[in-house]
Design a binder for this molecule. Structure first.
Ligand code: DGJ
Length: 656
């Protein structure tokens, strides 16, 4: 429920409460984010106003309790006495004050193309204003979490330069530790815990994607929080571009935390009447430790983020050609592989990179959609028919956002790539297309949808293998280039939205050089995400453990793959499978020469997975051992009635 009484606002569900009020100067004071409380408990949480002494700047010189620096606030600006980090920067001081509120049933839809949580919920809209600027703060309450976002409107006559606008900011009383997940390519989701003190802690990405460097999901928690006890706040952003979060402890013992689009290299020019909407941030809290917080986040993501069609459906066990073939395949080899995959019990055959243009390695062909007839003489339709005839579904790999300089597309439209006056810098030998351009988005949607139709695809693997650079769009004038990265991201989402509207039931598996976009923005359109190119099972235990803190296992694609799973070594094949039993299952290794024993082992594994799939995709997930702490990963899934449990214990090393 969402209620307001005497300028106090309470959002409350079965697991949490969020309480704040309007102060006497129209400022919003944060009161409580934690266990359920009543609206009448307000005074118990009120912050003592401080003494306004020394160097303090007061809103009202006659009122020593009017120093904003001393308060726990819901939102702040600059130039009014609050010298902590501001969630809003427009180049001049700001003085937004409360005007009114509305409570809506359901969400308040966003006007831009950013992904948004959906489903049963209530929304509180708070309007704040100053001369020439209006801010609407949105709070949407779901069953196990809430979201926050901000809409800014230029209500004046002159343009406003927006340099920073976070999705939320709040001051939580107390000191916490912050756990985030950093890493790099093939080393995603490394857990990192620091104490939040007077020095600011920042979690951010500047790569143009949510990135493998720093996942946008993070937690603030009590120093001694464990898997089962202690207060843990979970935060995340429904956004796949440059993100920023910070936490810092003030002298008053308040931890200011905020999250949103990274203000670095960002600016938005708002003409009179124009509006900017931030991505939605998600937050939840539990007093039952990391496990308690994860359960709430998992339920929220499963119910309100991932595509509705796939929420409660079993997934086909897939065979992916990449690690078994790389670029080296022809129709004959693929059909042989499909036969073997079918015999094992796989239901979906996925042809990965290399089926189009001149693409015998990663140096050419991206951007072209003509099927490589040397490899596939019967075209994609021919291959697809032959695969489907075997009783398999068919899926294909695409990398729609990229273009190879050696491609027909680039030769025809060099201006479609993100390039600037400097020599091009390539990543994996490729450039990125400028998705701020409508004609580029149309080209991608037309071609991807044509192939999906022609080949009757039920699955698309959507890859994106390099970071953004230069972030320069020749659609925008030079002085507005700081808008490019956010506008580009909106272009990416428009692609997903349009394709999703055309093929609402198709499975999309997201991938960005592995886990470069393992985030809630991508989950909005993806059934599952490939969380790393590192398929070594030992490494995978760390990556999977990290992923489960903030994301449900149903989103985490798990393959038994070449690296470390050595098909003819029963111990390794078994270990690879046990590690993969953590999410939707796939096989990604050369099965052509597999012995009868190896084949029987894999068939047995698929049967075993099928028996447990309902728990893996829809059960409650509880971690037992943290590989970062002890080199062992253990967890269990439980059915809703706790009558069924699936326990996995993985001892990575021989050490006791
Ligand atoms: C990177 C992906 O992460 C791999 O799984 C594979 O699809 C390759 N790209 C193909 O180029």
């Amino acid at each position: 429920m969402v209620i307001c009484k005497d300028n106090v606002f309470l959002l409350k569900n079965d697991t949490l409460s969020y309480l704040f009020r309007v102060g006497k100067y129209g400022e919003l004071q944060h009161l409580h984010f934690g266990a359920p409380v009543d609206i009448d408990d307000v005074e118990a949480f009120a912050c003592r106003p401080g003494l306004g002494w020394g160097s303090s700047v007061l809103l009202n010189d006659a009122d020593s309790a009017s120093c904003l620096d001393d308060y726990a606030l819901e939102w702040s600006g600059s130039g009014r006495g609050d010298y902590r980090e501001s969630p809003l920067e427009i180049g001049t001081s700001t003085d937004l004050r409360y005007v009114n509120y509305r409570i809506l049933n359901g969400i308040a839809p966003m006007a831009n193309s950013l992904p948004q949580a959906r489903g049963e919920c209530q929304t509180l809209e708070i309007t704040m204003e100053q001369a020439g600027l209006r801010a609407k703060l949105y709070y949407t309450l779901f069953e196990t979490a809430l979201t926050r976002r901000v809409m800014l409107e230029n209500t004046g006559d002159a343009p406003v330069s927006l340099h920073k606008c976070m999705s939320f900011s709040m001051d939580i009383p107390g000191q916490f530790h912050l756990t985030s997940f950093h890493g790099g390519w093939s080393a995603e989701m490394r857990k990192n815990t620091v104490t939040v003190g007077g020095a600011k802690v920042v979690v951010e990405s500047l790569t143009g994607a949510s990135s493998n460097r720093h996942n946008p999901g993070f937690m603030l928690h009590e120093a001694d929080a464990t898997e089962n006890a202690g207060r843990v706040y979970g935060f995340n952003l429904i956004y796949s571009g440059n993100h920023y979060a910070s936490a810092q402890l003030s002298m008053q013992g308040l931890t200011r935390v905020m999250q949103g689009v990274n203000p670095s290299n960002f600016c938005r020019n708002l003409a009179a009447g124009e509006v900017f909407e931030t991505p939605e941030a998600v937050m939840t809290v539990s007093d039952a430790g990391f496990g308690g917080m994860s359960l709430l986040m998992h339920r929220f993501v499963n119910k309100h983020i991932v595509p509705a069609y796939w929420r409660n459906r079993p997934r086909p066990v897939l065979y992916n050609s990449w690690e078994g073939c790389m670029f080296n395949f022809n129709q004959h080899r693929l059909l042989d592989l499909a036969d073997r995959a079918k015999d094992l019990g796989c239901e979906l055959f996925v042809l990965d990179d290399g089926w189009f243009g001149k693409r015998d390695d990663d140096k050419s062909g991206l951007g072209d959609y003509n099927v490589n007839l040397k490899k596939l003489p019967n075209g994609m339709e021919g291959l697809s028919k032959a695969i489907c005839k075997k009783g398999l579904q068919f899926g294909l790999w695409f990398e729609p956002e990229a273009v190879s300089p050696d491609s027909d597309l680039y030769r025809a439209h060099p201006d479609w790539a993100l390039t600037d006056a400097h020599p091009d810098v390539l990543g994996r030998h490729q450039l990125l297309l400028d998705l701020t351009k409508p004609e580029v988005r149309d080209y991608i949607v037309e071609n991807v949808s044509r192939i999906i139709d022609e080949a009757g695809l039920t699955y698309v693997k959507w890859d994106m293998n390099r970071h953004l650079s230069p972030v320069y769009s020749n659609v925008l004038p030079p002085e507005r280039q700081k808008e490019a990265s956010f506008r580009h991201m909106c272009g990416v989402y428009e692609l997903f939205r349009r394709l999703h509207a055309l093929f609402p039931n198709a499975m999309i598996e997201n991938c960005s050089g592995g886990g470069g976009r393992y985030d809630l923005g991508m989950m909005k359109y993806s059934t599952q995400i490939w969380c790393s190119d590192n398929t070594d099972p030992v490494s995978r235990t760390y990556i999977q453990y990290g992923s489960t803190l903030g994301y449900p296992t149903a989103t985490m694609s798990c393959h038994v793959a070449n690296h470390g799973s050595s098909i003819e070594d029963p111990r390794k094949l078994n270990y690879g499978f046990r590690v993969a039993l953590n999410g939707p299952l796939g096989y990604e290794l050369n099965i052509l020469g597999a012995s009868d024993t190896a084949k029987a082992t894999m068939s047995g594994q698929i049967e075993e997975y099928r028996a447990y799939e309902h728990l893996i995709l829809r059960g409650d997930f509880y971690r037992l051992l943290d590989p970062f702490a002890c080199g062992r990963y253990a967890y269990y899934f439980a059915s809703a009635d706790s009558r069924e449990l699936l326990v996995t214990y993985l001892q990575n090393y021989a050490d006791p």
